[in-house]
Design a protein around this ligand. Structure first.
Ligand code: BTN
Length: 248
């Protein structure tokens, strides 16, 4: 079976996704979803995404014919919770192939062996949320600027097909979005790359230093700081220092 049939089959097995648009080439699946005023239940996937973006205006490399780029249109809810659900869902989808945990670097990165395997971007548009997920699947190398910190399933010696990863994502995201906050918190903690690390986060114009306690999927990352416990929402936060987990 080819992409359309397999993707339609995956969507049909879920409770919330209803239709998939497959674009051979697009600049960003987020923009494509926005342009077609996609409503909740729509999924947009690209054979090749040329101008993808990440959080806070960062770029996401051209996926060529090697990466997965998907946007899931869902009913708007707490952005923190959507990000936690997308992270947990992505880890579970990829663990089908990796046989080892995919670690979650709050707020939006997927890591394995200290390198970035994928990323998540949540945007709001016209009353819906666009959950964008990018995964490195078949790349054999990366541009010099990111070569030291990026990895693909192929570079891990795994022969996963992009279509298999997309179908897995459709199913695991559907399930994670239905999960309780406690369930998401526990699944995130099992993979929390920063747990117990002392990190520095830039948020709301100030830098906060603290030891990572755990993720609250509604209120953000809990840090034990010199002034007491703080909860940092992920939406506008940047990690300035990650405690050395990725060599940063
Ligand atoms: C990040 O690492 O900052 C998030 C990267 C998110 C990339 C995905 S690929 C599919 C969707 N379309 C985009 O333009 N970005 C997201």
């Amino acid at each position: 079976m080819r992409w359309p049939a397999l993707l339609e089959q995956a969507v049909a097995s879920t409770s919330r996704f209803t239709h998939v648009t497959i674009l051979r080439v697009t600049e960003s699946t987020q923009d494509a979803a926005r342009r077609q005023s996609a409503g909740p239940g729509e999924v947009v996937v690209a054979g090749r995404q040329t101008l993808g973006r990440g959080r806070l205006g960062r770029t996401w490399s051209d996926t060529a014919d090697a990466g997965v780029a998907c946007t899931f249109v869902v009913v708007m809810e707490c952005v923190e919770r959507l990000a936690a659900a997308a992270a947990v869902a992505s880890a579970r989808a990829l663990e089908v192939f990796t046989n080892e945990p995919v670690l979650l670097k709050w707020p939006n990165d997927l890591y394995i062996r200290s390198r970035k395997l994928g990323g998540i971007l949540i945007e709001q548009s016209g009353g819906v949320a666009l959950v964008g997920i990018g995964v490195n699947v078949a790349q054999t190398a990366f541009d010099a600027a990111i070569a030291h910190r990026a990895i693909s399933l192929n570079m891990l010696g795994l022969k996963a097909q992009r279509i298999e990863v997309m179908c897995a994502l459709i199913r695991t995201l559907d399930a994670a979005l239905a999960e309780s906050d406690d369930g998401l918190a526990e699944a995130f903690e099992q993979r929390n790359l920063l747990k117990g690390r002392t990190i520095v986060v830039s948020a709301s114009g100030s830098e906060i230093r603290g030891k990572v306690v755990k993720l609250d999927p509604i209120r953000g990352l809990e840090l034990a700081t010199a002034e007491g416990r703080r909860l940092i929402p992920g939406a506008a936060a940047t990690i300035v220092h990650d405690g050395g987990v990725t060599g940063a």
